[in-house]
Design a protein around this ligand. Structure first.
Ligand code: NIG
Ligand code: FE
Length: 414
């Protein structure tokens, strides 16, 4: 038996349907359905359209009814395409040190940074990691985020990376947002590894990759390409192997220096993330490729540095996603909507460009074709804000949370 639910009327529904994946978007292009309704069938959208028509169809289907009493603007559930929300410990001391003048790379070199979180994450039990992920995922859900990418990368050994990825898989079973796992065993060269960086990568790709496939723990492989992490030549055989085995590739690229987005494009990565250091060369390279350029304003805010050149990327024709990078080091805030709104104000992005970056363009960064747009047959992941004008959503800069969140057709908030 199928379960049908009618939801509406919404003052406005921003379907995000029919917009191009790449390039600039003006607010005139934003698809707005006034006085709209949606019929959800189990996990999916069965129909969407003008409320009177949708209501008539819902009556014929004997649908349940979630009646919206006040003005609300509905849009697809938000997608956070880059996070590190599985971790132990805190890096408040790094934050204080940076604000006293030390750089991210200096702190990393003197024993703090990612390695500090690796030490804390290795000490943490799998159960406490699961609880931490669930707590952060649930908070994200209240902000309207219904799909969250979650990286490993604080284990940095076969067993500890497996502990993290199994914890993420278990948390996914127990929380409402969908968690999309990514293996970031190439986050940095583990300080306690008894061998060369090349040996480490070869061990991970030979021993860990097959287990990821067998246990379905991750279908995405990420690497941090940077001084103090991995060089471009070291990562080549690692990415070759990942591609041969059918993994999607994503890259931490051009955060402090360039080179990463070049590798991302070469290996047909689904996304190149960070890009704060990208120059015109990298912008053109990404714009001509099918790799989604993902800006991480939370890391710029956390590190007090410049944003990825988002306006220029869009104008050059790139697909721009916006993600939180929520992690204990560079991006502790974890508020996607706030960060996307602030990026929009700084980089002069239209409402449509910002909303695209956290909905269907973020879905593309994760190679997910079943969400990010409100359309028949796609997942019924939808959120609604208590306003009659969609422009209020970004104008309120994250301080107006959605009053309704539906995840896969079920009311999660509201
Ligand atoms: O995306 N840049 C490298 N990795 C993370 C930071 C992780 C950390 O500092 O713990 C990032 O910013
Ligand atoms: Fe990151």
């Amino acid at each position: 038996m199928k379960n049908y639910t009618l939801i509406g009327p919404f003052t406005q529904i921003l379907t995000m349907a029919g917009l191009p994946l790449k390039g600039p978007l003006s607010d005139e292009q934003l698809p707005i359905l006034e006085n709209g309704g949606i019929i959800m069938m189990d996990e999916k959208i069965h129909a969407i359209g003008p409320y009177p028509e949708i209501q008539a169809e819902a009556n014929l289907l004997n649908a349940e009814n979630i009646h919206i009493q006040s003005n609300m603007v509905c849009l697809p559930g938000l997608i956070d395409a880059h996070t590190h929300i599985c971790f132990g410990g805190s890096r408040a001391k790094d934050y204080a040190l940076r604000n006293s003048g030390k750089t991210y790379l200096e702190i990393a070199k003197s024993g703090g940074g990612i390695w500090d979180t690796v030490t804390e994450t290795r000490k943490a039990t799998k159960i406490s990691l699961i609880e931490g992920v669930k707590k952060r995922a649930d908070r994200h859900l209240t902000h309207g985020v219904t799909t969250i990418e979650v990286k490993s990368g604080y284990g940095l050994s076969l067993q500890e990376e497996l502990k993290m990825l199994r914890a993420i898989a278990q948390a996914n079973e127990e929380c409402q947002p969908d968690l999309i796992p990514t293996c970031l065993a190439a986050h940095m060269v583990p300080k306690d590894y008894q061998g060369s960086p090349a040996d480490y990568l070869s061990e991970i790709s030979t021993l860990l990759f097959p287990i990821l496939k067998k246990e379905k723990l991750a279908n995405r492989i990420d690497a941090f390409l940077e001084e103090g992490a991995f060089s471009l030549s070291l990562i080549a055989p690692y990415f070759e192997k990942a591609r041969e085995m059918g993994f999607d590739i994503t890259v931490h690229a051009d955060q402090f220096s360039t080179g990463g987005s070049d590798v991302a494009v070469k290996y047909k990565a689904v996304s190149a993330d960070h890009l704060e250091a990208s120059t015109e060369i990298e912008i053109q390279l990404l714009a001509k490729s099918n790799t989604v350029a993902t800006a991480l304003p939370g890391a710029s805010i956390g590190l007090g540095c410049n944003y990825a050149p988002s306006r220029r990327l869009l104008d050059a024709g790139a697909a721009l996603a916006i993600a939180s990078d929520w992690n204990p080091g560079s991006a502790p805030m974890g508020n996607l909507l706030l960060q996307a709104a602030v990026l929009g104000a700084s980089e002069k992005l239209s409402n449509t460009e910002v909303l695209a970056g956290i909905t269907f363009r973020a879905a593309a960064a994760l190679n997910l074709k079943d969400r990010g747009i409100l359309q028949t047959g796609l997942l019924a992941d939808l959120i609604a804000f208590p306003t009659k004008d969609y422009k209020e959503i970004l104008y309120q800069q994250g301080m107006m949370p959605p009053s309704l969140v539906c995840k896969k057709g079920k009311l999660a908030v509201g």
